[in-house]
Design a binder for this molecule. Structure first.
Ligand SMILES: Nc1nc2c(c(=O)[nH]1)N[C@H]1C(S)=C(S)[C@@H](COP(=O)(O)O)O[C@H]1N2
Ligand SMILES: [Mo]
Length: 220
């Protein structure tokens, strides 16, 4: 598997300072290293299954459903989501098929904010993040509420482009890219785990790039 990826010379990978990227092209945020088996991508590749959905503001909403504390379902318009206070994070993105892209600054609403606005029942252990056309990714609750997990509206100061998930995408910096649905439409609170789109198709249920958790056969 490692041999499939041309990782280049060590010198190809420029090292960022401890917690902020230098802003240099190709700087790796955080540890200054690529996760095992990853190679540095040029630019920001577009990668997804299926067509790019069209944004229809009048029909669009974000929902939280499933095991909420009150049993009710919550919905927000895009305007309402955009009015929530946001934060900026810097991150690299690791696609489980190999490429890592760098120099991403995402702005958006911390996922933890949704939990405050739409409290989950005490038995909730996992969430399913749902996108247009039924794409989904399951996450442990702690991965979803991790302080850098974001419902992102902006990238490097601009609204997301449509192919990168406009108007809203989930960014889970500490997991592989497939755990971050573009064109996010809903969060389902779950009282037990259930596999999402790629997780049902042979990808790892957790998806930690630093542990190389790509394939379901690696699960215990
Ligand atoms: N809705 C949706 N979101 C998706 C995908 C997809 O197929 N559909 N692919 C995922 C995968 S495998 C990766 S690596 C990232 C890629 O994000 P990018 O195209 O912005 O680089 O999007 C993720 N989000
Ligand atoms: Mo991916």
């Amino acid at each position: 598997m490692l041999a499939d990826f041309d990782r280049g010379e060590a010198g190809d990978v420029r090292v960022a300072s401890s917690h902020r990227s230098t802003g240099e092209r190709g700087a790796i945020v955080g540890t200054g290293q690529l996760p095992p088996g990853q190679k540095l991508a040029k630019g920001w590749p577009v990668s997804h299954y299926g067509p790019v959905p069209k944004f229809r503001p009048d029909r669009w909403n974000l929902q939280v459903f499933g095991a909420t504390a009150t049993g009710e379902k919550y919905t927000w318009t895009f305007e309402e989501v955009a009015a929530l206070s946001g934060i900026t994070i810097e991150t690299d993105m690791h696609c489980a098929s190999g490429p890592t892209s760098t120099d991403h600054e995402f702005f958006g609403v911390p996922a933890a904010t949704l939990l405050e606005l739409a409290p989950p029942a005490s038995q909730v252990t996992h969430v399913m993040a749902w996108a247009e056309y039924g794409y989904s990714a399951n996450l442990r609750l702690a991965d979803f509420t991790s302080e850098r997990t974001l419902l992102a509206t902006h990238h490097n100061g601009e609204p997301l482009t449509v192919e990168h998930g406009f108007p809203l995408r989930l960014v889970v910096p500490h997991l592989y890219g497939y755990k971050g649905p573009k064109w996010l439409r809903a969060i389902e609170y779950m009282t037990q785990d259930r596999r999402g789109f790629w997780e049902e198709r042979g990808f790892h249920n957790i998806g930690d790039p630093w542990k190389g958790q790509r394939h379901s056969y690696q699960e215990q």
